[in-house]
Design a protein around this ligand. Sequence first.
Ligand SMILES: Cc1ncc(COP(=O)(O)O)c(C=O)c1O
Length: 461
Amino acid sequence: MQDEKNSFIYRQIYKRLKDDILSFKYESHEKLPSKRGMAETLNVSVNSVKSAYEQLLAEGYIYAKERKGYFIEPLDQLIIDPEAQTHLRKYEEGTPQLYDYSFSHMSTDMSEFPVDIWTKLMKRVFNNYEYYLSAIPNIKGPVELRQSIAKLVSYQRGIQCHPEQIIIGSGTNTLLKRLMQLLPKDVEIGVENPGYSRFRNLLNEAGINTIPLELDSKGVSIRQIKTADPNAVIVTPSHQFPTGIIMPVSRRIDLLNWASQTNSYIIEDDYDSEFKYQTDNIPSLYSFDKNESVIYLGTFSKTLMPGLRLSYMILPTALVQKFEAHNFDMIPDFSMLNALTLNLMIKEGYYEKYVKKMHQYYGRKREQLIEMLQREFQGVIEIKDTQAGLHFMVEIDSPYTYSEIETRAQAAKLELYTINRFSVKALKENSDKKTLIMGFSKIKIEKLHDAVQCLKKVLLG
Ligand SMILES: Cc1ncc(COP(=O)(O)O)c(C=O)c1O
C-alpha cells in the first residue's frame, strides 16, 4: 500500500514539473530545489522527489551536476506551423461521412455473419498454430489455406492449380502491385473502360502506362486490344465491372488466342462470381486457358467482408519461381491469424454454407430492388445485365448532370456511384439518360423502400 501511495505521489510530482518545464515556467539552466527542500515544501518523502527527478533526468528534461544538484535543460520552444494546423482541422471536418442509405458496390451485409463460429475457430488457431503465429509468415501464405483455396477454386471455378501457385495477400490491390514487380518495367497494361478505377489508379501511380480499352456487347473489344497492343490486360470476364456483361465463350477464346499469339498475360479479376442468378455457374477464364496465359485474382471481400483483407492470386508456373526469388526477403502484409481462421472455415464447410445462405439473401434483395426500381421509375428506367454479382447497372432519365446527382446524393445522405467514377474520361452528357451503379449488398431489405424513395428525390427532384 505504502509503495502504491509513493508511486502515485512520485508520478504527480513528475508530471507537474514536466508540465512546468514544457510551459517555460523555469529558465534554461535554472537550478531545481534540492530533493530534501522540495520534499519539505510539498510535504512528501524525499524518495518520491528523488524518483520524480530521476525520471525527468532519464527523459532529458533536466541534467545533474555532481554535488551541485539538478538543472533545467535548455529547451527550444516548439514552432507551431499554423498551416499544418489548418490541414489537420480540414481533415477532421471531412472524416466520417455517414449515409442513411447505401447503394455501394464495395460493401457487404454483415448481419448474417457467423461471428460465434469465427470466434470459435480463431480460438482453435491460437491453441493449435502457435508455430505459425509466433514467427514471420511465409510470403505466399500458410500452405493449409493455399491447399483449401486450391480445392475451393477447383470445384467452384473449374481451376486446376497447385497450391504452390497460390499467393495470399491483403487485397487484390496489393497483389496486383506485387505482380507488377515481376513484369518488365516498361510494361503497358490494357484496362477496361469503364472499369475498376482503383486498379487503374494504382497502376498509374506506380508509373505504369495503362491503355483504356472500350467494351462492346461481349465485353472488352478484341479489335481495340489488337490496335493498342498492350503487354497484358486486366479483365472481369465473369461479371464485367461495372456494366455486368458476362463475357461469352467466343470472346474468351478470342482473348486467350490473342494472349498466346502475342505472348501476353491476361489478369482475370474474378471478384464476385460466387453470386449468380438465373444462370448456371459462369466458368472462369483461367479454366479455359491451356497456355499459362492467365493470372487469376480472387477475393474474400465479397463473400465474407472487405474488412477481412484477404485475397489471393494464382500465378502461371513460369511466374511462381520469379515471385519467390523476388520476394525472398519480404514480409507478407496479411493477418496470419485471420488467414488460418479462414482456412478452418473453408475446411470445415462453414464458408460454403455461409456463401450459400448469403447467395439466397442477396438474391431476394436484388429481386425486391429490381421490382421497386421498375415500379418507381416506370417508363424512365432500363435495368442492365443483372445475372451475377452484388451490383447491377441502370439507366434512368434525370434532368441533372452527373456531378449534380453526386452532390444531391451526398446532401440526401445517399451513397450512390455513377458511371463517371469508373470511366477514364468524364462522359459527355448528351441526353437525360444517367447510368448508375446499384450495389445491393450493404443495404438492409427493410430499408430498400425508403432508399428508393430517396433515390427518386435525388434523380427527379
Ligand atoms: C472490381 C473489383 N475487383 C476486385 C475487388 C476486390 O478487392 P479487394 O480484394 O482488394 O478487397 C473489388 C472489391 O470490391 C472489386 O469491386
